[in-house]
Design a protein around this ligand. Structure first.
Ligand code: ATP
Ligand code: MG
Length: 356
């Protein structure tokens, strides 16, 4: 990340977004979602024997003398020094690697933001994390502080040339135990090139299996592009679970039915083990009735999967990638950082339970 990189203009993000919505009309929600193949999180009691607490690997542990109020998204911009990272309580590790695909074919709903911030939160919680950037935009690589100019080897070479993941990983400066398989614009070609390849939808699964055999990893997070093409299909075949970020906006659930149909096809044909384990509400604005309505509606469809924590609309979250950072290090005490940390903790806790 260049030193002189300018932050994104926060603009009016801090203000409640006035989204036109006729309150007399019901929010659109596809009826097929009601029959989605959802697998509720169990309520089994956590077995402490399988929850391996670890020391949080955080560079420095002294919080600022006066922590920023959790809702303080106004004020001066710019990152706090990485040396002022907050101490993160150790999170429970799953008994086996959890491969989580972050998917929603709708664009701009917070897939990448969710993937990178959860990855950083889990890593700061002491877990070993791998992020696979499956989007030719390479936004996850950027947000995790990983340089990925054209020519950088990454996901394309794994899918098309069969290269080993282990040889192409780059350490993210966000946490000591956070690795990234970067993506460049070359990956756009993979979508087309894969069409004629034998077992084209299994490429990522095989590569991950080889990697994970020798590299103990707690979570693999797969950041998908906003489409249901072969890149997303590779992720759905490789993963054990799906995390769907849903933006708290009008038409939020539109398109989710298409994703659910695709997941059903994948579970029927290519990956029986795939479950929708987690739904995360993003860009929630408590000042608008619309956000609350969308949240209620999503919770009624995905009662077990929707995390109690919602991610607020936050200027800090949107600024962080401009500095090649996640909000966890950019402004560790902001509302966005607190909520992603809480969501990560909830995911880790559920995973430890489910696998117990
Ligand atoms: P794409 O479909 O293009 O891959 P995406 O689903 O990955 O998009 P993001 O890139 O994560 O979505 O987010 C879209 C935009 O919204 C980005 O500019 C991001 O910084 C911003 N954004 C995401 N979450 C929040 C939030 N909670 N508050 C404010 N801005 C956010
Ligand atoms: Mg994205």
């Amino acid at each position: 990340m260049p030193d002189n990189a300018a932050p994104a203009d926060p603009g009016t993000d801090a203000e409640a977004e006035a989204i036109p919505h006729d309150e007399s009309q019901p929010l659109s929600a596809p009826t097929e979602i009601a029959s989605a193949p959802v697998t509720p999180a169990t309520d089994e009691v956590t077995d402490p024997a399988v929850v391996r607490p670890r020391r949080a690997l955080v560079e420095a542990v002294t919080p600022p003398a006066t922590p920023e109020p959790v809702d303080a998204d106004e004020g001066t911009t710019g990152p706090v020094s990485r040396g002022t990272q907050r101490q993160v309580e150790a999170m429970p590790a799953p008994t086996q690697t959890r491969i989580v695909v972050v998917a929603n074919q709708k664009g701009g709903v917070g897939k990448t933001t969710t993937a990178v911030n959860l990855a950083a939160a889990l890593a700061l919680g002491g877990l070993n994390i791998l992020v696979v950037d499956l989007d030719p935009q390479g936004n996850a690589s950027t947000a995790l502080g990983v340089e990925h100019p054209q020519g950088t080897k990454g996901t394309y070479e794994v899918l098309i040339d069969g290269e080993d993941i282990a040889n192409l990983l780059i350490d993210s400066p966000e946490a000591p135990n956070l690795k990234v398989l970067p993506a460049t614009v070359d990956l756009a070609g993979a979508e087309i090139e894969l069409v004629s390849v034998v077992a084209r939808e299994n490429k990522l699964k095989r590569a991950l299996r080889t990697y994970l055999a020798d590299h103990p990893t707690d979570y693999v997070l797969l950041d998908c592009p906003p489409s249901l093409g072969l890149l997303t299909l590779n992720a759905l075949v490789a993963a054990g679970e799906v995390l769907i970020p849903i933006q708290c906006e009008y038409y939020a659930l539109e398109g989710v039915s298409q994703l659910i149909n695709t997941i059903q096809l994948v579970t029927g044909e290519l990956n029986d083990g795939l479950q929708v384990s987690t739904v995360l509400l993003t860009m929630f604005d408590g000042r608008t009735r619309l956000s609350s309505q969308v949240a209620d509606e999503v919770r009624s469809y995905f009662a077990e999967q929707t995390l109690p924590t919602v991610i607020p609309r936050s200027v800090r979250i949107s600024e962080a990638p401009s500095y090649g950072q996640t909000v966890l290090t950019y402004h560790p005490y902001s509302a966005g950082a607190v909520s992603y940390l809480e969501a990560a903790r909830e995911i880790a806790r559920r995973g430890a339970k489910e696998n117990a």
